[in-house]
Design a protein around this ligand. Sequence first.
Ligand code: SF4
Ligand code: SF4
Length: 413
Amino acid sequence: MEVNRAPCTTRSFGHGFAEVDACVHCGLCTQSCPTYLLTGRESMSPRGRLWTMRALGEGRLQATEAVLADLDACLVCRACESACPSSVRYGAVIAAVRAGTRRRSFVRRTLFALLPRRGLLQTFASCLRLWQRSPLRPLRALLPPGLRRMEAALPEVPSAAARAALPRFTAARGERLGATALLEGCVMSVLFQDVNRDTVTLLAAAGFDVHVPPAQTCCGALHEHDGDLNGAHALLQRNAIAFESVPEAVLVMNSSGCGTAFRDAERSIGAPGATLTRRSVDVTRFLLEHGERLAFRPHQGVVTLDAPCHLHHAQGETTAPLALLARVPGLALVPMKDAELCCGSAGVYNLDHPELAEATLAGKLDHLAATGATTLLTGNPGCILQWRAGVRARGLAVEVLHPVTFLARLLHT
Ligand code: SF4
Ligand code: SF4
């Protein structure tokens, strides 16, 4: 997918400029940066990128293709934020700069415009499913390279029945302990509606009503990642209003990218986003703290866990997934080296930067193989797709699942 450029000006930085000033150039972040570890180049490190963005903002550096390419190669995994002793919120800076420097192609804008339109998105998904089963599929060789890559990266689209909308309300099983609300999401509702259903099952079994407000929409995380801050913020505003319809419900997030968008909503859109920030929590944290009623059967086989960047680094949720999984009797949970390092999915990064994304995942696939695991768990749709593609290409006998799917399969009913 082609990205065109616009000149970078100090206006591009928006609220991110003050964040650049907080950097003291200590370099403690460099060793946690996947693109620096791969290339060894300062301009591909967080410190180097912050310097670049500052120089661009102050007009000391020209926004050439080469300069912007190194900024574009950032995964926005935010591992540098976890490592930074000065609390530089790198994610806010790069989002502000991308908003000022990126201009998306027509194809890209069309695809991103589809995400918040559930009806159109589902129609598009049905067309894709038809195409994937069509005898004409070999004609994809004629597509432009960007579209061809995108087509090849797509997993099999589930049937319309499997993608059907969730019930707007599911009652708690047994004694009612409280209310929750679920975001169906865009990618989640098309490719991972089964994970959404399993989330409803676990929440209801734990004693919570589950609301799915009809006015909700895409969280905007992919738009922000792509530099469309206005689009992302408009979607957050709509969600803030949609979830006001269930004011008493906790917003339980089962996609770490969407969870981060909601948790950051107050920073992104100010007071209207405060309710999303305050009320949202990752599903693993919620079930850990409120799922006493859930009982699981033992699982045979070795399991390992990969930490989605937006859960581990952006939300700082480093313990709940492991602690929740420890409730499965006798679970053989083997730690994976560099589990907190990005897998290379990062929104649509694996489409824009296929070589870097592949190289980022390659080392992690070695670490996965070393665990001897037959199941890999990770809580973000993009990461699940990236891992599944890598595991398939490497020929590893590993099933890649969302933790919610894994737990729902083991739930005592
Ligand atoms: S967000 Fe990730 S890829 Fe980008 S500079 Fe920080 S650590 Fe590196
Ligand atoms: S760790 Fe923080 S202060 Fe140090 S160079 Fe990186 S961003 Fe700057």
